[in-house]
Design a protein around this ligand. Structure first.
Ligand code: SUG
Length: 424
């Protein structure tokens, strides 16, 4: 088995909208100035490094922006839709420009063929129905996944109905040795009334995904309300896994749930970090549990965001991970993504595949060194150094972004349904 990593390519409209529900970093950054260019280059540098370790690395491209159909559906279809939306409904304007599809851990839930009764790889694009700006991602993601995974080895399902909120792989862990049937852990909201933030993942959604994927060995586990209230809007903010290693905070799950995980996968190496070592608040601000764990030739690699080094407790947590697993740690600056609540693990979707299945993936989505070079050139040519909320009402910016989107399609040799513009 091998693990294809599909990262979200950051689009030219990366900005700080304060739109992420229950996401403390997004709220803190609201309306500050972003750098789309730096965000995209930071993401590409991480992908290049992961690829250099021998991990197959691909991308999911950003959606064309702005979302004219969304603006039109909300009644902004006159001569000046952007300016009208800024005036009447700034949140809808922001949703129309969102580039949150860069966090592909929310693109879909994936079941490996070794974990499915029908022996096929299953992908369910997440409906992301908890927030407006993310709910519009599902259509484009489905289209991309159907292109990338078009052959018979794969089943790309439709997203679940919106009334069953689903946030994809950020709430899903595949625990076990590669090639053997894993325990697939679906983490959902607890059965308690939210005190601060409600969960974005419903138990019904998790169960529906496991059912349609014919999951052999699914385990449904409740996230703790304490973690959600503390800013863990996805489980991957407080827990991450790779093969037989689970690295998590003491308060990640409801009481007793970690014991159920241990019982289901007895050979699991659980590195559980106590709140005394690292408080939940510090864990949520450093995102140490959002490190990207990847096992290469039996050795664990932890891709960690550089700001983790500023938190003593987080460094102690990493020391415990290294002591228990022999992991190698590499630090990366992903500051632009972090400021919107997206650490290393948020930026990638893992697709466990056999060699034959990997060979069946559409090669346009998979990168080699020349592909990274091309994408860096695209970013340097088309992306702004700085972007602020005011720019989103500027029709000239919309034209600039349309040119960038068209250039990307040419670069990737893709042609997908483009969104209607106001004049077409
Ligand atoms: O859904 N942020 C994203 C961050 C997603 C992180 N993903 C994982 N944990 N896997 C979210 O909250 C912020 C957009 C803004 O504020 O402009 C945002 O959508």
């Amino acid at each position: 088995m091998t693990e294809l990593h599909l990262d979200g390519l950051v689009g030219p409209t990366h900005f700080y909208g304060g739109l992420g529900y229950g996401n403390l970093a997004s709220a803190r950054s609201a309306d500050s100035v972003s750098s789309p260019k730096r965000a995209a280059l930071q993401g590409l540098a991480k992908m290049r490094a992961v690829h250099a370790h021998g991990v197959p690395q691909g991308i999911l491209p950003p959606r064309p922006r702005p979302d004219w159909p969304l603006l039109s559906a909300c009644g902004f279809d006159g001569d000046t839709p952007l300016a009208s939306a800024r005036e009447d409904a700034p949140t809808i304007l922001k949703a129309a420009w969102s580039t949150s599809s860069m966090w592909t851990a929310n693109a879909a839930t994936v079941t490996a063929s070794t974990d499915a009764n029908d022996g096929r790889v299953h992908l369910t694009p997440a409906n992301l129905s908890s927030t407006l700006h993310r709910s519009t991602e599902a259509e484009h993601t489905t289209q991309m996944l159907k292109l990338a995974f078009a052959s018979d080895e794969f089943v790309v399902h439709e997203p679940l109905p919106a009334a069953l909120p689903d946030e994809g792989a950020a709430n899903h862990m595949q625990l076990g040795a590669p090639g053997e049937t894993a325990t697939t852990v679906f983490v959902h909201g607890p059965a308690v009334t939210a005190t601060r933030f409600r969960s974005r993942q419903s138990a019904d959604a998790s169960q529906a995904v496991a059912r349609r994927h014919t999951d052999r060995n699914a385990l449904f586990v409740a996230q703790s309300q304490r973690a959600i209230d503390g800013g863990a809007f996805h489980n991957d903010v407080v827990a991450v896994s790779s093969e037989r290693v689970l690295f998590c905070h003491q308060f990640a799950f409801e009481q007793g749930e970690l014991d159920r995980i241990r019982a289901a996968q007895p050979d699991l190496v659980v590195v559980e970090i106590s709140d005394d070592t690292l408080s939940l608040d510090d864990a949520v601000s450093s995102y140490v549990f959002n490190s990207e764990l990847v096992t290469v030739d039996g050795t664990l690699l932890a891709i960690v965001e550089a700001r983790v080094a500023e938190s003593k407790g987080s460094m102690e947590a990493l020391d415990q991970l290294v002591a228990a697993t022999g992991a190698t740690v590499e630090m990366f600056d992903l500051g632009q993504s972090m400021a919107n609540g997206g650490g290393p693990a948020c930026l990638r979707l893992r697709v466990p595949l056999t060699d034959e299945e990997l060979a069946a993936v559409d090669s346009r989505f998979i990168l080699d060194e020349a592909g990274f070079d091309q994408l860096e050139r695209w970013v340097n040519e088309h992306f702004r150094d700085e972007l602020s909320a005011d720019d989103l009402a500027d029709p000239a910016f919309a034209e600039e972004v349309a040119a960038a989107d068209a250039a990307l399609l040419r670069t990737l040799n893709l042609s997908y349904r483009s969104r209607a513009t106001p004049s077409s």
